[in-house]
Design a protein around this ligand. Structure first.
Ligand SMILES: Nc1ccn([C@@H]2O[C@H](COP(=O)(O)OP(=O)(O)OP(=O)(O)O)[C@@H](O)[C@H]2O)c(=O)n1
Ligand SMILES: C[C@](O)(CO)[C@H](O)COP(=O)(O)O
Length: 414
């Protein structure tokens, strides 16, 4: 892609090109962010701020021309980022070189618009999480009214006007205020003219709507979005990164049919007794007091059975095996686990993973954790992890009267 200010720029469509142009201003230095590089080129969740900002633009319902305005030494990088974001619409992308102020960068963007563009949107790359629907809302309102249109949010803080000494002079009526965001939409000719008459006031204007209104034109506000916050400080960047990571994770899980992933939980409690040998977590524990119960009392295995069955909506260990069925008198945990997993597979699910928390003073679990995890993982055909803890002498487990096991299971439709 050839930058608009270099000779031999690709032939621009004449009047039959897109009617809407989006100028994405990304030439700022990012002083307040303090990243040491221009803010638009800082990486967040694996992509640059600029690439995040361009993604919703290239998802717009109708084709638009996109002009990205960047520092002179970042044109090549911006073209590569722009092409990646644009995909098949790469021929609608132009890159222009910005200036020392935001408004001079906007001017550079205006100069790169194709002749057919009648409505122009100006958008801060720094508002990198702005949703596509905010662009559509602004475009639709501009088409409906022919006015300037800005997205804004109600002000939730109390705003005070202060004098030169920071003494409060007045509390402002915030009901009449809006915290204005971007993209801001305008009739192209009106905005170009507004910039032309404001030339000595350009730098003082912090947004384009101020210049457009100063030229006597109406500006309408439409709903903004909390997600369209401007990444200005390091705190904003951390917030944006967290939101992007969470959004990617949701998209990943969401990409699968919602019914495919399910989670279940199970708990089981058994008291110690004196006859026999302890069975717990699929292992025999010579020398340890056994757990009482109709079966062998393996609380870990039983908790896993309940977690797996509850995840698939197949009831629980009691409804499946009964609480005093003679066939299961003294039965080991493995018997219940195999039967439960067979039912799970028959219902069309497989185990993704199981996590268990064992609470009790005895046995000392850590030396045989890996062995137990291996036995149980083999029985459920999926990874089982086991953590063990005590209650520091609190409650019946803390008095050494018995153990509690809590299990969670994640299952997936095959
Ligand atoms: N000379 C400039 C200054 C700002 N911008 C763009 O205008 C938007 C809003 O500006 P701001 O958040 O202030 O960005 P910076 O100027 O980079 O930040 P700072 O003021 O902290 O340096 C940003 O997308 C920024 O890239 C621009 O294109 N050219
Ligand atoms: C254009 C803007 O994002 C609207 O809120 C804001 O005015 C930009 O201000 P900045 O100081 O240039 O970041």
């Amino acid at each position: 892609m050839t930058a608009i200010d270099e000779p031999g720029a690709a032939a621009d469509p004449s009047l039959d090109g897109p009617a809407v142009g989006v100028i994405v201003v990304a030439a700022g230095s990012g002083t307040r962010l303090g990243a040491g590089i221009p803010k638009a080129f800082v990486s967040l969740a694996g992509s640059t701020v600029l690439e995040h900002a361009l993604a919703p633009v290239f998802r717009l319902r109708d084709a638009v021309q996109v002009v990205v305005v960047v520092p002179a030494d970042r044109v090549g990088e911006a073209e590569a980022i722009g092409r990646r974001a644009a995909g098949k619409a790469a021929d609608h992308l132009r890159v222009a070189v910005g200036g020392d102020t935001r408004q001079s960068s906007v001017l550079a963007g205006l100069a790169a618009l194709w002749p057919g563009v009648r409505t122009v949107l100006v958008h801060d790359a720094a508002r990198a999480l702005t949703p596509t629907e905010q662009f559509e809302r602004v475009i639709d309102a501009a088409a409906r009214t022919g006015w300037g249109v800005v997205p804004g949010l109600p002000v939730t803080d109390t705003i005070k006007r202060v004098d030169a000494g920071d003494l409060v002079e007045q509390t402002v009526d915030r009901a009449a205020l809006r915290a204005v965001q971007t993209p801001q939409a305008f009739p192209r000719d009106g905005l170009v003219a507004a910039f032309r008459v404001a030339e000595d006031r350009l730098a003082a204007a912090t947004d384009d709507a101020a210049l457009y209104a100063d030229a006597g034109h109406p500006v309408l506000t439409v709903a903004g979005s909390e997600a369209a916050f401007k990444i200005t400080t390091p705190w904003d960047a951390q917030r944006a990164e967290r939101l992007l990571v969470d959004r990617d994770r949701e998209r990943e899980v969401g990409a699968r049919p919602t019914t495919s992933i399910r989670t279940g939980i199970g708990i089981d409690v058994h008291a110690f007794t004196d006859d026999g040998e302890l069975s717990l977590a699929g292992l025999s524990w010579p020398g340890e007091r056994p757990l009482a119960g109709h079966s062998d009392g393996d609380a870990v295995a039983h908790a896993i059975v309940d977690a797996v069955l509850s995840a698939a909506g197949l009831g629980d260990i009691g409804s499946m095996f009964g609480t005093d069925d003679p066939r299961f008198a003294g039965a080991s945990g493995a018997v219940f686990l195999r039967a439960a997993v067979e039912r799970l597979h028959a219902a069309g699910f497989v185990v993704v993973n199981v996590a268990v928390q064992l609470v009790g003073n005895r046995p000392r679990f850590a030396p045989r954790r890996t062995e137990a995890e291996g036995v149980l993982s083999g029985l459920v055909h999926g990874p089982v992890s086991i953590a063990a803890t005590t209650t520091d002498a609190l409650g019946f487990t803390g008095r050494g009267e018995g153990v509690t096991a809590i299990a969670t299971a994640l299952i997936e439709r095959r």
